[in-house]
Design a protein around this ligand. Structure first.
Ligand code: SF4
Ligand code: SF4
Length: 349
C-alpha cells in the first residue's frame, strides 16, 4: 500500500465515521482532575465528542487495558431458586482503542499471551477479538519515570491494526492489518508526498535522539540478576518505605491477578460471580486455608512483584511482565521505582 497521511484537522471526522460501527475509546482531557500530577491530566474514556480526543496526551493513570480487562467484571450468573442453571457471562462489542502508545500495545500483547495460555480466558479473549487497536507513536519519553526503550516496548512489531506517527499538522498512517484497512474507510487520507516521507524520517531521528537506555542490562538478563538477588537485603530496605497499598498493581497495564466473589440478590432468587483486580502487595493475597500466609512480610511481597515483572511472566509467556511505562512509580506514594530497583539489584551483584 502507498504511504498515506491524515491531516490532524481531519481526525474528528474519522472518529465520527468510526463511531457509526464501533465504540471508540481514546485519551481525553480530564477537566475534573483535582491533581496536578501529569498522569492525572488525561484519561482513557469512551469518546462522546470527537473534539475531546487528545492525541497529544502524554501519560494516563490507567491505560487502555480497562476496556479489555475491566477492574470489575461479572463472569457467571446463576439462579438460587430451583436449578442453579449457571451461565457464563461473556460481554463484548466491537471497539476501537484509538491512540494507544507503543508501551500499552506491548502490554496488551503480554495480556494476550497470559490470558491465552494454559486454560484460555474466554472473557478476555472475546473482548480482545472484538477490539481494533490504533497505535500512536511517541517522539519522546512521557516523563522521567518511563523506560520503555529498556523493556523493549518502544517498537512493537505487531499487536496493532494501524500506527499513527505524528508530524507537524498530520499523521503518517501505517496500515498493519486488513482490519486496519477497514477502519480507514471513512478517513480523508491523502497520499504521502516526498515532504511527508522526509517528515517520517525526521520523526525517527528525533525519537532516536530522545530515548536513552537507563538499565545497565538487557531484559533477557533480568531473570538471572533477580535470581542472584533473591536473598539480598535490598528487598527489606526498599520494603521499609512500602505501604502495601497495591496502587502499583492497580495501574499496571500488565497486571492480571484477580479475586472472585459471589454476589447474591436481596430476594435470594439469583446470584452472580464477579472478579475484581487483586494485588500481590496486599497482605491477604497469599493467604491460604488455615490462615497461613506464604508472603507475610512486606519485603517478600515487594520482591515477588519485581520477580513477576522481570522474571516469572517472561519465563511463562516469553514476554517481559513490565513494559517500562512508569505508571507504578507515578502512582506510588512512597516513591518506589521499579526502574531504580532493577538498577539497584543489577549493581548489588
Ligand atoms: S504503590 Fe508503592 S507503597 Fe503501594 S504497594 Fe506499591 S510499592 Fe508499596
Ligand atoms: S511494572 Fe510499573 S513500569 Fe512496569 S509495566 Fe507495570 S506499571 Fe509499567
Amino acid at each position: 500500500m502507498l504511504p498515506q497521511v491524515l491531516k490532524k484537522g481531519d481526525l474528528g471526522a474519522w472518529i465520527e465515521a468510526l463511531g457509526k460501527t464501533w465504540k471508540v475509546a481514546a485519551p481525553v482531557l480530564k477537566e475534573t482532575s483535582v491533581s496536578d500530577r501529569t498522569d492525572a491530566k488525561f484519561g482513557w474514556e469512551w469518546v462522546v465528542d470527537p473534539a475531546e480526543v487528545r492525541l497529544d496526551y502524554t501519560v494516563t493513570v490507567l491505560g487502555p487495558k480497562k476496556f479489555l480487562w475491566p477492574s470489575r467484571q461479572t463472569v457467571l450468573a446463576y439462579a438460587l431458586a430451583g436449578e442453579p442453571n449457571p451461565q457464563a457471562v461473556i460481554e463484548h462489542e466491537p471497539q476501537v482503542l484509538l491512540g494507544v502508545h507503543p508501551c500499552d500495545i506491548t502490554a496488551i500483547a503480554t495480556l494476550d499471551a497470559a490470558f491465552g495460555k494454559d486454560v484460555p480466558d474466554p472473557h478476555y479473549l472475546a473482548r480482545r477479538k472484538d477490539t481494533a487497536i490504533v497505535g500512536l507513536d511517541c517522539a519522546a519519553p512521557c516523563d522521567e519515570s518511563c523506560f520503555c526503550l529498556d523493556m523493549g516496548s518502544l517498537h512493537p512489531e505487531s499487536g496493532y491494526d494501524i500506527m499513527l506517527t505524528p508530524h507537524r499538522d498530520r499523521y503518517f498512517v501505517e496500515v498493519k492489518t486488513d482490519l486496519g484497512q477497514q477502519l480507514l474507510a471513512g478517513a480523508r487520507l491523502q497520499p504521502a508526498t516526498k515532504q511527508d516521507m522526509q517528515g517520517r524520517q525526521a520523526f525517527t531521528e528525533e525519537q532516536r535522539g530522545n530515548f536513552h537506555y537507563q538499565l545497565p542490562c538487557e531484559v533477557k538478563y533480568l531473570p538471572e540478576i533477580l535470581d542472584a538477588s533473591y536473598d539480598s537485603l535490598v528487598w527489606e530496605a526498599i520494603a521499609r518505605r512500602c505501604f502495601s497499598c497495591g496502587s502499583c498493581n492497580t495501574v499496571c497495564p500488565t497486571c492480571y491477578c484477580w479475586d472472585v466473589a459471589d454476589q447474591i440478590a436481596v430476594d435470594l432468587t439469583k446470584g452472580c460471580r464477579v472478579r475484581r483486580y487483586d494485588s500481590c502487595q496486599l497482605d491477604p493475597f497469599a493467604e491460604v486455608a488455615g490462615g497461613e500466609n506464604f508472603r507475610k512480610d512486606r519485603s517478600s511481597r515487594l520482591r515477588h512483584r519485581m520477580f513477576r515483572k522481570g522474571k516469572y511472566i517472561l519465563e511463562q509467556t516469553g514476554r517481559a511482565g513490565c513494559v517500562g511505562c512508569g505508571r507504578c512509580e507515578r502512582a506510588c506514594i512512597a516513591g518506589i521505582s521499579i526502574k531504580e530497583t532493577f538498577v539497584q539489584i543489577a549493581g548489588s551483584r
